[in-house]
Design a binder for this molecule. Structure first.
Ligand SMILES: [Zn+2]
Length: 456
């Protein structure tokens, strides 16, 4: 489809003078030095100038760092974008983290271009006072490693300088699929070792990782190794359906089904080892279209819309549990837990801790499905309650084993006591003193979403 459109554009423009493609400085998203993507590509030297200028000109929003160097010693620049006047969101909570890389394959310019355009779009939007972009950057850190394979990029080849396919060199079932040139061992190449070190050091809590390529117009989620859907299939399917409904009809599939079995990829590593929701964004049916005069921002406009969607909704790409009501009686503890995120979680527990922080009670494990509400009932005789203690909720942000753990304190105002028939059971002071116990069952509303009752 897109190939056909591209050909039509080529044919239509074939008779036009080249002046029609002259650089328009108002086109702020245009490819640096070239307004067209006719295989005139960004060199590492040019990128180096650009990213340093961005950092120098816009220190309020651009922080430049390096993930390491290529095999030939070229710096792997990471452009970090956020409102750096604040370490946290305006409400004091931690900012969401998004990780993006481009250019694993040095001849896939449109993939590298999408990473570059993503960075430039957010910088330009910030400087223009675009309300949505300003809000995003107040609440989010974007870490964008635009060109992972500068040695291969500069000589127009898929491989790195050692003739290794970097996107088969990651330590996730490395070299267990039919493939070519995966390297001598996992992370044998400085580019992939540097990328994984950056993931493990600076963006461990990312709630989105997009790795950008080109050659097929498709977005691929894990797994490449297996044809089965990943444990967080609900999250990936939600994003697929919502993107199709709201943004673009780009195909979004499990990588094995959408492409072919592939192992040792950054996508499977990002999800299987780091626990990130991960997409390989293949930007176009063609790796390049020689002679095309279509401006890059037009060429990748729809893809940028998808990136805006993924970034601006990153808050939802995890389980996000909220205890709406926690009710304690003489023989049971009931909790109504709402999941505000679009990922399910397993292995969750509720705990009571005393004033010193010692765990006095831990519930059995429970699950909460994506965008759902669950009422849990635990049989217990809570004589262990510390009136000065508190309740904690522990859970993983996603179902995948590698997902980050969250430990959150339950809002004390959500904790309710049911008066005991047998005086003395819930002895204590303050909230837990019998005189201050609440009569009957009082619940705080939790009207949102579907509900189900579980006896654990
Ligand atoms: Zn590629």
């Amino acid at each position: 489809m897109r190939t056909a459109v591209g050909l039509v554009v080529c044919l239509l423009l074939a008779g036009l003078p080249t002046a029609a493609a002259q650089y328009d400085p108002a086109r702020t998203h245009a490819w640096p030095g070239e307004p067209i993507d006719n295989h005139v590509h960004l060199t590492w030297a040019s990128l180096t100038l650009d990213v340093n200028n961005w950092a120098e000109d816009h220190p309020d929003v651009v922080s430049l760092t390096s993930a390491g160097t290529s095999e030939l010693g070229k710096t792997l620049w990471v452009v970090r974008l956020s409102d750096w006047s604040m370490d946290t969101k305006p409400n004091g909570s931690a900012k969401e983290i998004v990780y993006i890389d481009g250019g694993h394959h040095g001849n896939e310019y449109l993939g590298t271009a999408l990473a570059y355009l993503t960075a430039k779009t957010y910088i330009n939007g910030w400087n223009a006072g675009d309300a949505a972009i300003v809000e995003t950057l107040q609440n989010t850190e974007l870490h964008i490693l635009i060109m992972l394979n500068p040695d291969g990029n500069d000589i127009d080849t898929r491989w790195n300088i050692n003739q290794v396919d970097l996107n088969r060199n990651y330590d996730h079932y490395w070299n267990t699929c039919p493939t070519t040139q995966p390297g001598s061992s996992a992370f044998s190449e400085s580019e992939t070792a540097s990328n994984s070190a950056y993931m493990n050091t600076h963006v461990t809590d990312a709630d989105l990782y997009v790795t950008m390529h080109t050659g097929v117009w498709i977005m691929l989620y894990p797994w490449g190794k297996w044809p089965e859907q990943p444990p967080d299939w609900e999250l990936f399917h939600f994003i697929r359906d919502d993107v199709h409904e709201q943004v673009s009809l780009i195909p979004i599939q499990n990588a094995t089904q959408g492409l072919y079995p592939n192992c040792g990829t950054s996508r499977d590593y990002g999800y299987g080892v780091m626990g990130f929701p991960t997409f390989t964004f293949e930007t176009d049916d063609e790796q390049f279209v020689p002679g095309s005069f279509e401006a890059l921002e037009d060429r990748l406009g729809e893809e940028m819309d998808v990136m805006h969607y993924l970034i601006e909704n990153v808050w939802f790409w995890r389980a996000r549990l909220s205890v709406d009501a926690l009710e304690v009686s003489e023989d049971r503890i009931s909790a109504t837990v709402h999941n505000l995120g679009h990922a399910s979680t397993a292995n969750a527990t509720l705990q009571h801790l005393d004033e010193e922080g010692n765990v006095r009670w831990t519930s059995p494990l429970f699950n909460v499905n994506a965008t759902n509400s669950t009422t849990l009932t635990f049989e217990a005789n809570p004589t262990w309650i510390d009136p000065d203690g508190h309740w904690n909720l522990n859970y993983q942000k996603r179902v995948i084993n590698a997902a980050t753990w969250v430990n959150e304190t339950v809002d004390g105002e959500r904790v309710l006591l049911v008066e005991s028939e047998e005086a003395g059971l819930l002895l204590g002071t303050g909230l837990f003193h019998p005189m201050t116990s609440l009569l009957g069952v009082v619940l705080i509303g939790w009207a949102r979403g579907r509900r189900k009752d579980i006896i654990v």
